[in-house]
Design a protein around this ligand. Structure first.
Ligand SMILES: Cc1cc2nc3c(=O)[nH]c(=O)nc-3n(C[C@H](O)[C@H](O)[C@H](O)COP(=O)(O)O)c2cc1C
Length: 151
């Protein structure tokens, strides 16, 4: 059974809509188990137990949210050398950009040595049905890849 951890922060609900769609997509894969956690509630043990990780954040001031950064800060020491090439994907809700948050997460992922396994989903403005479809696909892709062990 592939365990997919989804860690996200959302202040006004947009990233949360995306997170729920990622979760739906992952759950559509037979045998996948989804653990959906707000960034402030996710802990090191969640990360270590996961076969795959999806992280979501709004873009705030050209960066990821403070809460997602806090999750990375809190877990880095304990996760170091234990999450080598753990598959991960990213989803971002931005007003009109998203590239600053993406770059920051990619950089942190290099430190953890996560392996990005699918194109990030970046929503600019309202969360449309098309974005939600992309999020479902994101979730289904990481879950199916982990389930069949291709990463
Ligand atoms: C404090 C703050 C800073 C923001 N900075 C950016 C930014 O740098 N670039 C951007 O495209 N949108 C920015 N936004 C817009 C949010 O990324 C956008 O509204 C997003 O959909 C919020 O997601 P949420 O509903 O999950 O909180 C900012 C919003 C806030 C509240």
């Amino acid at each position: 059974m592939a365990k997919i951890l989804i860690v996200y922060h959302s202040q006004t609900g947009n990233t949360e809509k995306m997170a729920l769609a990622v979760a739906d997509g992952a759950r559509s894969i037979e045998g996948a188990e989804v653990i959906l956690k707000k960034a402030g509630e996710a802990v090191l043990e969640d990360l270590l137990a996961a076969d795959g990780l999806a992280v979501g954040t709004p873009e705030n001031f050209g960066y990821m949210s403070g809460m997602l950064k806090d999750f990375f800060d809190r877990t880095y020491d304990g996760a170091r050398e234990k999450v080598f090439r753990k598959p991960f994907v990213i989803f971002i809700s931005a007003g009109n950009d998203g590239t600053g948050a993406l770059k920051a997460i990619e950089r942190i992922a290099l430190g953890f040595k996560f392996k990005m396994v699918y194109t990030p989903v970046i929503a600019k403005g309202a969360i449309t049905e098309e974005i939600l479809d992309q999020c479902r696909e994101l979730g289904a892709t990481i879950a199916s890849g982990c389930q069949i062990g291709i990463y």
